[in-house]
Ligand binder design. Structure first.
Ligand SMILES: *Cc1c(COP(=O)(O)O)cnc(C)c1O
Length: 387
């Protein structure tokens, strides 16, 4: 077994720190340098060193990141992109053709829904929304022979619905379609969809993978080598690749993913406990709660329940807006998955674009991305914010 093969069979944290990169031959650099180069000197015509020719096709900093992405998802190959949506667009154009059809979550990430509805539809790709928590609804939305992808997010945003990856992989495969799982919310640490039968994992590495709110990026990981070849061809042909500095940041973020996620989960559990008893809170939404409709499935397929907590404020929309405005340790802002805690009002912020549609969210809903600060400070802040 080579050192790399050995590392790929190690525990999650060991893979996060070592997979995909050996200390640099020339200098021993323990961390992959930021290879800020567009092209590479050839040793005679066609004499490429390590396969590097031009940095859209491959760059060593990106190669290191792609190696660890694959190792953490237990996939065969990983691909890094300029954003999560760039990864999604490349995937769709790799595996679908005009006239095809995809099933998408009826509460998909807004940007994903916009991509399918406003961009891919104009290109001739049809979509049908279905509830991810309802296996029969997903099966019914499939058009045999025409559906190429079943697209799943679990847990979803911001209502944290849970889809059964193993069951939905069966439903997709029965119909000759592939199951794609957007694993951004759970992260590779809490859930490995490829091991449950999914064909492709998507990440916005902007979120937990990067983990520090300092980079925008995306990733795909696959287990089938033919699918990998098709995606690799399209990654290079479309060119929405992650640059070397962005690749470096995500690679660095992934080294601490396990410890960060455990602390995100610890803090989220404490916040949930606090909110559950609070008189100003009407409902707490978290897959770790036994009364959550997806609790049993989440318990089977996730290591823990994640760092996102949503709740409904008893006195309605204005009280929810006031709580967002009064929070201080929780920063008012969109996005999620960074070390710092964020608070937002989905109805007016992340989900404003779906107001008046089937995807509309309750007006009294608040979403928290629970960070890794001291838990007591987070709870005191929420107590003050709720008034
Ligand atoms: C943020 C996000 C995306 C889009 O990723 P970008 O990096 O913003 O392009 C896709 N899916 C989910 C679940 C997200 O949270």
């Amino acid at each position: 077994m080579s050192t790399q093969e050995h590392r790929n069979k190690s525990g999650f944290e060991t893979r996060a720190i070592h997979a995909g990169y050996e200390p640099d031959e020339a200098t021993g650099a323990v961390i992959p340098p930021i290879y800020a180069t567009s092209t590479y000197k050839q040793d005679g015509v066609g004499g490429l060193r390590g396969g590097y020719e031009y940095s859209r096709s491959a760059n060593p900093t990106r190669t290191a990141l792609e190696g660890v992405l694959a190792a953490l998802e237990e996939g065969e190959r990983g691909f890094a992109f300029a954003s999560g949506l760039a990864a999604e667009d490349t995937l769709v154009r790799s595996l679908c053709r005009p006239g095809d059809h995809v099933v998408v979550p009826d509460d998909a990430y807004g940007g994903t829904y916009r991509l399918f509805e406003k961009v891919e539809r104009a290109w001739g790709l049809e979509n049908s929304p279905a509830a991810v928590s309802d296996v029969d609804a997903v099966r019914a939305a499939i058009r045999p022979g025409q559906t190429k992808l079943v697209w799943l997010e679990t847990p979803t945003n911001p209502l944290l619905n849970v889809g059964d990856i193993e069951a939905l992989a069966g439903v997709a495969h029965e119909a000759g379609a592939l199951l794609v799982v957007d694993n951004t919310f759970a992260s590779s640490y809490l859930q490995q969809p490829l091991t449950l039968g999914a064909d492709v994992v998507v990440h916005s590495t902007t979120k937990y993978a990067g983990g520090h709110s300092d980079v925008v990026g995306g990733a795909l990981v696959v287990r089938d080598l033919d699918v990998a070849d098709t995606i690799g061809f399209h990654q290079n042909s479309i060119g929405a690749v992650a640059g070397p500095f962005d690749s470096f940041l995500v690679h660095r973020g992934l080294k601490t993913l396990g410890v960060r996620m455990d602390r995100h989960c610890d803090n989220a559990e404490k916040v949930v406990e606090f909110l559950t008893g609070h008189p100003k809170v009407a409902q707490v939404i978290y897959p770790g709660l036994e009364e959550h409709p997806g609790h049993a499935v989440a318990s089977r397929q996730m290591k823990r329940y994640g760092g996102i907590v949503s709740f409904r404020v008893a006195q309605g929309e204005q009280a929810a807006l006031d709580a967002c405005a009064r929070a201080e340790v929780f920063t008012l802002g969109e996005s999620l998955g960074g070390v710092e805690s964020l608070i937002e009002h989905p109805g007016r912020m992340t989900h404003a674009s779906v107001a008046g549609t089937e995807l509309e969210v309750p007006a009294d809903l608040v979403r928290l991305s629970v960070g890794i600060e001291t838990a007591d400070d987070l709870i005191a802040d929420l107590d003050r914010a709720l008034g």
